[in-house]
Design a protein around this ligand. Structure first.
Ligand code: GLC
Length: 482
């Protein structure tokens, strides 16, 4: 297998709870995911990234880990995990797992046993706010307070304690020894807090608005890089990669997480956050490529994940979503897909409140449940799914789409197949307002975000929608070859 596979890989995010249910209990699991590997191989992905499947009370969908070295019984067993890795590798698919080092569950034995020096306990709280809303501190019986940048059930670990660092290096090895090809590092910008835990200076809900936009005393502190410098030799020993989930203020700050002595990649959320607009896309693409170049790493692209509204809904139509997908998949670097986007799934906005499980919902009224609704493989793939599947998705189940050459699913498959032909630097070509046009080698990429049809050149390889007498209509993208 090639060491540099990740540089232009397509990585498919599996949210285990919602992906596929192997035992019919309404909750997705690892055996279910394993059964769908042939589908993923058929689709043409290079790797899967599994969101957490570890032992967890699931207060934050598993991002609250109670045992970093075991599988939650609802998701299966370690043996199921081993079988999944084995089968994936046989199909040529790499496996990346999520690691959650910023915080554990409050049900982790470390917390329950009262190891206060493994967490951040203080006699008095400061003004920090939780990302999920409200204060970031909760008081315990003897009057002390502990820090939780997320839910109160997710106490922050104390990364100034060498024992915590040693423990996580060991956890990395545990999964590397089981054959994983890399880690997606949750809240990779969070583990080190500013010395003395200084106030942020505002505590009226505005800290949340600064996430990823400004500097806060609990995110993106320089000390965090030392951790990745300690991890990198371990990753290198196994030929594995590290991908940072880091919400930081600029591509320059993001670039500091990647490079030969830190991590391999970082999610480029600026692309996901860009408006459906030619100027915004172009600005983000130029900036991201320039910054990634500086550190000699490829950039990553992502449009949907388990934390954001699905891009069909964000952009307002399937046509636009497919155009953006074709843009993303034509860019140099690697691309991350989120399970179900290949079916054109939209956000489920009308879930009944009592079924919503996202801890942020109670604290902020915003919920990420609508992108976590189980995948409609067939009309009856799920009995009692943990979130109800909308009736409208019965027309776009995976089995129906597999059989339909014009489906969104077959469009994704074709894009992943043709993507291998696109290589070389991205060179912008002159284009009318609202139209993106670039070249990679002998291939051309057009994205029409204007109000009029636009002419194209070359022989059409793939388009995200029908052409109009040879011209590219609005909200449509196309790849062609000279
Ligand atoms: C990351 C995860 C998100 C989780 C949070 C806390 O942002 O993507 O789902 O809630 O970290 O672990």
């Amino acid at each position: 297998m090639n060491d540099d596979w990740w540089r232009n890989a397509v990585v498919y995010q599996v949210y285990p709870r919602s992906f596929a249910d192997g035992n019919g209990d309404g909750v997705g699991d690892l055996p279910g995911a394993r059964e769908r590997l042939p589908y993923l191989a058929w689709l043409g992905v290079d790797a899967i990234w599994l969101s957490p499947f570890y032992t967890s009370p699931l207060h934050d969908g598993g991002y609250d880990v109670a045992d970093y070295r075991d599988v939650d019984p609802r998701f299966g067993t370690l043996h199921d995990f081993d079988l999944l890795v084995r089968d994936a590798h046989e199909l040529g698919i790499r496996v990346i797992v999520d690691i959650v080092p910023n915080h554990s569950s409050n049900e982790h034995p470390w917390f329950k046993e009262g190891r206060r020096d493994w967490y951040i306990f203080r006699d008095r709280p400061n003004d920090w706010e939780s990302v999920f809303g409200g204060p970031a501190w909760t008081q315990v019986e003897d009057g002390q307070w502990y820090l939780h940048l997320f839910d109160p059930t997710q106490p922050d670990l104390n990364w100034e304690n060498p024992a915590v660092r040693a423990e996580f290096r060991d956890i990395l090895r545990f999964w590397l020894d089981r054959g994983v090809d890399g880690f997606r590092i949750d809240v990779a910008h969070g583990m080190i807090k500013a010395d003395g835990l200084p106030d942020a200076g505002t505590n009226d809900g505005r800290q949340i608005e600064m996430l990823g936009r400004g500097r806060l005393p609990y995110f993106d502190q320089d000390g965090v890089h030392q951790i990745y410098r300690e991890w990198r030799p371990i990753l290198d020993e196994y030929g594995a990669i590290g991908v940072a989930e880091a919400w930081v203020e600029s591509p320059q700050r993001l670039a500091r997480y990647i490079g030969p002595d830190e991590l391999h990649q970082a999610f480029n959320f600026d692309f996901l956050l860009a408006d459906f607009d030619a100027k915004s896309f172009r600005a983000v693409i130029d900036k991201s490529l320039a910054e990634a170049d500086l550190v000699g790493a490829p950039t990553t692209w992502v449009l949907s994940n388990h934390d954001k509204h699905r891009h069909v809904t964000r952009y307002g139509s399937l046509a636009r979503a497919k155009a953006a997908t074709l843009l993303m998949l034509a860019l140099p670097g690697s691309a991350y897909l989120y399970n179900g986007e290949e079916l054109g799934l939209d956000e489920v906005l009308d879930l009944p409140d009592e079924l919503r499980e996202d801890p942020a919902f109670k604290r902020t009224g915003e919920s990420r449940d609508g992108c976590r609704v189980p995948i409609p493989w067939t009309e009856d793939a799920w009995t009692r799914p943990w979130l109800p599947i909308p009736a409208r998705w019965m027309a776009i189940t995976a089995d129906k789409q597999e059989a339909d050459p014009d489906s969104t699913l077959n469009f994704y498959r074709e894009a992943l197949r043709l993507r291998h032909e696109l290589s070389g630097l991205l060179v912008w070509c002159e284009a009318p307002d609202g139209v993106l046009h670039f070249r990679r080698g002998r291939h051309h990429v057009f994205v029409n975000i204007s109000e009029q049809d636009t002419p194209i050149t070359g022989k059409v390889l793939l388009a995200s929608g029908p052409l109009n007498a040879g011209a590219l209509p609005p909200d449509t993208a196309l790849w062609s070859a000279e």
